[in-house]
Design a protein around this ligand. Structure first.
Ligand SMILES: [Zn+2]
Length: 168
């Protein structure tokens, strides 16, 4: 799929993302379309060519490679609120991949974002035992990645459950 340019609030190019990701940014109100395809549509939206962040992201962060300190909030940010098991953007909890009760560490490499139903369903089991394969491998993010995620991914609020079919 074609890539969409993401501009900082000052209209400098930051990076490129998928159309789906860009539309989600527009839908969440963190970016506004600058240029769109005249005819192509993605759900209720015209397919963007360029989007611009509503909030300015400090450029100096983009060059930092410092690893971020682990935090539960950081896990949700790193995974952009997406559940590592079902893939829906409704994750509000952190799941230990190898359960804490079985020696799993509380660390970036053993933590993923998960929605409450998936977290409850997985319970005290490994992904293999629960037959709930991870959609990605957890990793240690840099401070930049978290900073950027914070700027582009508002934490899902309890009120964001009034999602309709228009949710891209
Ligand atoms: Zn889930």
């Amino acid at each position: 799929m074609t890539q969409v340019e993401v501009w900082n609030a000052d209209e400098t190019l930051l990076h490129r993302v998928s159309v789906r990701h860009a539309v989600r940014m527009i839908w969440r109100g963190v970016a506004t379309p600058v240029e769109v395809h005249a005819t192509e549509r993605f759900g209720p939206y015209q397919v963007p060519v360029v989007v611009r962040l509503v909030r300015y992201v400090e450029q100096k962060w983009l060059y930092s490679r410092t690893r971020a300190t682990y935090s539960r909030e950081g896990v949700l940010l790193r995974d952009r609120g997406q559940c590592a098991y079902c893939g829906r953007f409704t994750a509000t909890t952190m799941d230990h991949v190898l359960p804490h009760s079985r020696g799993g560490a509380t660390s970036w490499a053993n933590a993923v974002a998960a929605c409450e139903p998936c977290n409850a369903r997985k319970g005290d089991r490994t992904p293999d035992e629960a037959r709930m394969p991870l959609r990605w491998d957890p990793y240690v993010p840099t401070r930049v990645q978290l900073h950027f995620a914070r700027a582009t991914t508002p934490t899902p609020s309890p009120t964001s459950t009034e999602r309709k079919e228009s949710d891209p």
